[in-house]
Design a protein around this ligand. Structure first.
Ligand SMILES: [Zn+2]
Length: 273
């Protein structure tokens, strides 16, 4: 059994705000260590459930957060940026299950540090399904026939996962008080919960792959029109009249994913004023 583990940071135990997830902030060194230990709990459970390979993909910001010398010795780690498939780099049809850890709710929703890729994205859609990072990443896994069997994060990420993915198991390691305050388990208790959930998810896989349509219409709504104009520089895109929504007709979900990376990257070049 091959297990793929995408680890984001906003949904990691005990982390309430940007001071833990931004590399130049005072709590970051603590945050990345808690993140690494949390990954270890899941990796350990995966090997106990019979995994022969666990591939970990650092999926937050510059994607070089996980402390490799503290990581489970038998895991493999993808670290660094740029990666053609970003948060789902390295995931393919050879995997039996995917686990998303440290995930957060989509933009504009209740949830700790809720967002979608950047602060400039208000909404994303694949056909008519509104998606955040969780949904879009799960669809890439689905393209390869891989089910997302477990999601770890705050209570709002867990609820989002349950609404999207049939049969997924969730571990809510912290409760949202506001977008920047949490009521959290301690890491020790969170590790126990995560191990139990991972064992449950992997020993009897109930989750179904989340499948997008063959040629999906992908849309991003940006927070201002300048961002939409930048994103619209990408050939094949259109701005929906009188909105900040940029549309791209993709040949498959993989192309939609790469379009998302290009459009958001371009959009972030706009200025505040
Ligand atoms: Zn993140």
């Amino acid at each position: 059994m091959k297990v793929y583990l995408s680890v984001d940071m906003e949904g990691i135990t005990g982390l309430p705000d940007y001071t833990y997830v931004s590399s130049n902030e005072k709590n970051y060194e603590r945050g990345r260590l808690i993140m690494t230990q949390e990954a270890n709990a899941v990796i350990e459970a995966a090997f106990e459930a019979g995994a022969t390979e666990v591939l970990v993909n650092d999926s937050h910001s510059k994607m070089n957060n996980i402390v490799i010398e503290e990581l489970h010795p038998d895991a493999l780690l993808i670290t660094g940026d740029v990666k053609p498939f970003s948060m789902v780099q390295g995931l393919d049809s050879t995997f039996d299950a995917a686990i998303f850890l440290g995930y957060h709710a989509r933009a504009g929703q209740k949830g700790v540090m809720s967002h979608a890729m950047t602060w400039g994205v208000r909404n994303m859609w694949v056909d008519d399904e509104v998606v955040g990072e969780l949904g879009l990443n799960a669809m890439v896994a689905g393209y390869f026939g891989v089910p997302v069997v477990m999601v770890g994060g705050d209570d709002c990420a867990a609820a989002e996962a349950k609404a999207l993915i049939s049969g997924v198991k969730t571990a809510a390691v912290k409760e949202t008080i506001s977008r920047s305050a949490v009521k959290s388990l301690t890491p020790a208790k969170a590790h126990a919960l995560l191990k139990e959930t991972a064992a449950d998810a992997l020993n009897d896989i109930q989750a179904k792959p989340l499948i997008a349509s063959d040629a999906p219409v992908f849309k991003i709504e940006f927070t201002n029109y300048g961002m939409a104009e930048w994103a619209n520089l990408m050939p094949g895109t259109e701005i929906e009249p009188d909105t900040c929504i940029v549309t791209f007709r993709a040949k498959n979900i993989l192309e939609a994913y790469q379009a998302m990376l290009v459009m958001t990257e371009l959009a972030m070049r706009t200025s505040f004023c």
